[in-house]
Structure formats: C-alpha cells, structure tokens
Design a protein around this ligand. Structure first.
Ligand code: 4AD
Ligand code: MG
Length: 430
C-alpha cells in the first residue's frame, strides 16, 4: 500500500492508508488504546479498539513502547477534537523495532540531561518546530539575495589569517603551516564583490569565544552579503528590507509553529521598514539615562543591548562606533577618523545584536595603517590589499547570524536550541 505522510491525511478522509513513524505517546481507556504517532510531518491519533482487530494486532498495540518504530494501516476519519482534525482507526500495526526504555519521558528534564541526549531530543515537537523555522529562515535568506540578483560565492573554511578578533581564532595544522577556521567569509566576499558587484556567502563560521552566555556559540552559521558601490546608509536599507522579508515569510508559512512555541506574534508583525537609527553616542546617552556609566570606546555587552532595546519596538540600528572597538577593515569616518562607519542591527525584546556590518576601508594607505595598528601581519593580507590597488571602490556588507536571528524569531531563552547540534564552551558532545 502507498505510504501517506501525516500532514496530508486530511486528503484521504474515509480511505485506507499506511503511515510510517514512531510512537510519540500512548493512552488507554478500558478496551480502547490511543496511539499518538509522529512521522516528522505531524502527529496523529490512532484509535485501537479490541473488537475491530485480531488479538495479535491488539497485543502489539499493548506492548509497543514510546519511540518504537512502526507501520500503521487504518481508515482516516474526521475528528474535530484531534490534532489536525483527523484520526485513524487502526486495522493493522507492524512494529519495526521495539524501543528500549526511552530516556526522555514526558516529565520535565534538566537542560544538561537534554543536551546530553540532543540526538534524541530532536524528536520532540518543540525542537522540530524550532528547526523547521530554522530551515525556512535559511531558505528565505537565500531567496532574498537570489531574487535581488546576488551571486552566491562559497568562502573557504580553512584560512591563513583572521577576519575578526584574533583572540577567538580556532587554530589547526595545515601540513606544517598554521591555519584557522573561518570567523567570517567577508574578506573573500570583498574580492568576489569586485568581480560580480553583488555577492553573498552562507556557511558555518567559528569563534573560540571564551564566554559562556545565552548568545554565544563556538560554531554558528552566517549569511553575508557584500555590495560594490554601496555606502553605510544603503547597507542599512538592504538590511531592513532583508529582515522584514524573512520575518513576513516565516509569519506566512510557519505561524502554527510559532504559536506552538508560545511566541507572541504582535512584535514580529511590526517588523516593517524603516527601522530606527541611532548613533553610538546616542546609545551611550540612553544607557546613561538608565543609570549605566558606559565608557566611550567599548563595545556593548548583552546587558547593555537589552537596556537599549527597551526603547524600541522594532529592530534598530546603532552606527558610528568608536573605531577602536571594531575590526581593522572598517572604514573610518573622514570627518571624525576616530569613528568607524559600522552598524549593528539589534533585535527588540532583549535579543541583542543579530547583524554586524558596515562600510569597508577602501583606501590602501589607511587600510595598511589599520592592519599595523591591530598588530596583524601585513604579508598575510597581501591579496586583500591588492583589492585596494586594482579598482578600489566604496563597498559595504554585513553578516547575520542564523542562530541569533532564529532565537529572536522563536522567542528562545538560549541560543543552544537554535542549531541542531550546538558547539558551546563546555560542550562538544554529541
Ligand atoms: O559582528 P560580527 O562579528 O561581524 C562579522 O563577522 C562581519 N565580518 C560580518 C560581515 O560584515 N560580513 O558577526 C556577525 C553576526 C553577529 O551579529 C551575530 O548575529 C553573529 O554573527 N555572531 C554569533 N552568533 C552566535 N555565536 C557567536 N559567537 C557569534 N558571533 C557573531
Ligand atoms: Mg558584531
């Protein structure tokens, strides 16, 4: 018999179907059993009544345990009180493997226990909802840049030099030479932007961040566009259009999953351009009014970002940071060289920075000076400096962390649930 997916059952009302999945839960009331089956596309309740089936099949439905794999044949029936408005009347049950005592029972478990069992925890409806939204977030991000005619360029993962803070490099051996896992594809993107005009890369990035916060992962995925002949303001316009596009897409396609996660949809519905823009100095004013004595020159921490966000009900930009707290490639403001033409996009509701970006230094001599001031080895950046010698133009770009953005969209307390197998300061397993 032809296999049907649970999400499509409504199309088969009154018909006999086969579904393949796992037992999610089981209830009984007297002579009737209720088997809750999941198959990754949804869950459905299967009614087992002793009088309608053979004793062998009834026995199988008695002994099937949580997470056992099985095939079910039954008749699809309308039932408004069931999930999906559909249930199945069992005719045949074939157990493929009886699951051992499943460690994740419906009772509450601690976070460490769940993280140790991440390979099984993925089967919960909550984790499935989050990771389906992740999948659509990535698709929507790619769709946005594809429809705007950006060319996808894959940046290397093994690199000879750093893009961001050298203290967060993961070092490895490359046939006797030092190599580092990529912190960002940006520098290669800049080369590609000079070839194609508008490009983006998407891939895993790595930071040996010795911070144990709810926002930091050691391995995260970043989507990074880079645009030739583009300045700071236009770069921010691209970001607000992009973010609004992905939020509207997720609201229209995955509202059910967001509601399942308990997400309040109202703040997401407000994510429409333009987004407010404040300068770093204005952000400092806001912090001071909240009683925080923030010293000019530092970058904001998670707590500062949360306080700033209390003043906005949409994502908002902070721009014109002190150059000393940003990376070497940031273009300096020609009128105030102590400032960098950089911007961060902060999510509302206390989720902090989801995008970092800005204009790149396009002047060869100034860039050389920055490389020196950051104690970087000019030799390693020879190719990158070439871009400023052969047709240099103003250009900008940004990077959005998928996990930070997803945590905000889903309303997660911690970034660890936003990626299938998180790599954190104290976790490399499973
Ligand atoms: O602000 P960042 O460090 O910017 C860059 O890497 C630029 N080179 C990007 C570019 O302009 N092409 O990182 C960008 C974003 C952050 O806003 C955040 O969303 C995410 O990457 N991010 C992290 N996400 C999870 N864990 C970490 N440790 C992260 N570090 C950065
Ligand atoms: Mg940043």
């Amino acid at each position: 018999m032809h296999r049907v997916f649970i999400k499509d059952l409504a199309l088969y009302e009154g018909k006999e179907v086969k579904i393949c999945g796992w037992l999610y839960n089981k209830r009984s009331s007297g002579k009737i059993f209720f088997l809750i089956i999941r198959d990754g596309t949804g869950i459905v309740q299967v009614i087992v009544s002793k009088n309608d089936i053979s004793p062998e099949i009834f026995e199988a439905s008695e002994k099937i345990t949580q997470e056992s794999s099985c095939e079910i044949i039954g008749i699809v029936k309308k039932e408004p009180r069931s999930p999906g408005g559909i249930e199945i009347i069992l005719k045949d049950l074939k157990i493929i493997q009886i699951s051992l005592d499943y460690p994740i029972s419906p009772k509450e478990h601690g976070t460490d226990f769940l993280m140790d069992h991440r390979h099984l925890w993925l089967r919960s409806l909550r984790q499935q909802a989050i990771l389906k939204i992740r999948s659509e977030l990535i698709k929507a991000s790619r769709d946005y840049f594809d429809k705007e005619d950006y060319v996808l360029i894959d940046a290397p993962i093994l690199t000879p030099s750093s893009c961001e803070d050298t203290t967060t490099l993961f070092k490895t051996d490359y046939f006797g030479e030092d190599a580092y896992l990529s912190q960002s594809g940006q520098l290669y993107n800049e080369a590609a932007a000079m070839a194609f005009g508008k490009v983006y890369c998407f891939g895993p990035t790595f930071r040996a961040e010795k911070s144990k916060t709810r926002r930091h992962l050691m391995e995260f995925w970043m989507i990074e566009p880079e645009i030739a002949f583009c300045r700071l303001e236009e770069n921010m316009q691209i970001q607000e259009n992009f973010i609004s596009f992905i939020i509207q897409r997720i609201l229209s396609k995955l509202e059910k999953e967001l509601i399942f996660l308990g997400r309040n949809l109202e703040p997401l519905k407000k994510v429409i351009p333009p987004f407010p823009r404040i300068s770093y100095d204005e952000a400092l004013e806001i912090l001071r009014k909240s009683g925080i004595d923030f010293k000019w020159g530092g970058d904001f921490g998670g707590g500062d970002e949360t306080i700033l966000a209390e003043n906005f009900d949409k994502p908002f930009f902070v721009s014109h940071f002190p150059a000393i707290c940003k990376a070497f490639y940031m273009k300096q403001d020609n009128l105030k060289p102590e400032l960098a033409l950089a911007s961060d996009l902060l999510a509302p509701e206390g989720y902090g920075e989801i995008i970092g970006g800005g204009e790149r230094e396009d002047n060869l001599e100034i860039l050389k000076g920055k490389i020196k001031a950051h104690n970087l080895n000019e030799e390693a950046y020879k190719w990158y400096l070439d871009l400023r010698s052969y047709g240099s133009v103003p250009h900008s770009g940004f990077g959005m962390g998928i996990e930070r953005c997803l945590s905000w969209i889903c309303g997660l307390e911690h970034v660890r649930e936003s990626i299938p197998f998180p790599r954190m300061l104290t976790r490399l397993y499973p």
